[in-house]
Design a protein around this ligand. Structure first.
Ligand SMILES: [Zn+2]
Length: 98
């Protein structure tokens, strides 16, 4: 007679059900007319959208909500410079201001 009733049972590999990862992405969907994407100091996207032709580009920051003063009325070279400058100084992670 044994003092212990517990039997040594070998551990088997039991399949673990895969749980889909929760969508924790804070990234905004990519606009169809995206031309350039900078990233600010917090990693949020600063998108330049529009067209490479004429005065029809625009920038917007997904970190703080700032955007072009003249929506879709700037040349790309100017919009690029402003968006890059903003990305260099902005520390916003995301904004929910509609
Ligand atoms: Zn910003």
């Amino acid at each position: 007679m044994s003092l212990f009733s517990r039997k040594n049972v070998p551990v088997t590999d039991t399949p673990v059900a895969e749980v889909p990862a929760a969508d924790v992405s804070t990234e905004a969907p990519e606009p169809a007319d995206l031309l350039i994407c900078f990233h600010n100091q917090a990693g949020a996207a600063v998108d330049v959208t529009g067209s490479v032709h004429l005065q029809s580009s625009h920038w917007s920051c997904h970190g703080c909500g700032a955007c072009s003063e003249r929506p879709h009325a700037d040349y790309l070279w100017s919009t690029r410079e402003k968006a890059n400058h903003h990305a260099g100084i902005c520390r916003g992670a995301y904004h929910r201001i509609a």
